[in-house]
Design a protein around this ligand. Sequence first.
Ligand SMILES: [Zn+2]
Length: 203
Amino acid sequence: MPDTTEALYARALDAADETGRLGLPPLAEWDTFPFEGVLRVRPLEPPTELDRPRTGENAADCWRCQHGEEGVVWSNDRWLLAPLTAPSGLPCVLLLQPRAHHDLDDLPAHLAADLGPLMIMVDRAISTALPDIGRVHVCRWGDGSAHFHMWFMARPARLPQLVGSFVAIWDDILPPLPEEIWRSNLNAIATELARTGGAAHRF
Ligand SMILES: [Zn+2]
């Protein structure tokens, strides 16, 4: 029988202490967990009536749709690859987006068919263009901007604490890449990707 958010929330409250806090999960003991010291879980707030609206639900007020190829390092006739607006801690963080305003669950068949091969091409281009990448993590969250965007996060090799999903938090903890290294990495990835199709944009 399908569950509701209210039922999930009620179970969480049953499991919480008298202040509404749940216990720390075992992952707080993992070597990859970025924090130490005395930690506690925030009290879980009750469900809201609706999800918070995302930015750019309509193409008319969608940043990407209104800015075309701005900030893009690679494109083809249907897809764009863009970094974040400023360097962060990892060697590269890139977003793959269709030119047209879609989310994952309404991608038309031709874009859906592009996506699998393109994900692999971007992963390979990052690993080939940059030295010392342990793995490229590919993620889709989709709670911020409504325009579909798939994340590619390059994890540096040989830093055992950066293995796994906490690397998304380590990206905010590590000092931002120097601007010239960030640009050099992006240009190298775009050049490598353009060898398989599309066009690199000087960044
Ligand atoms: Zn859009």
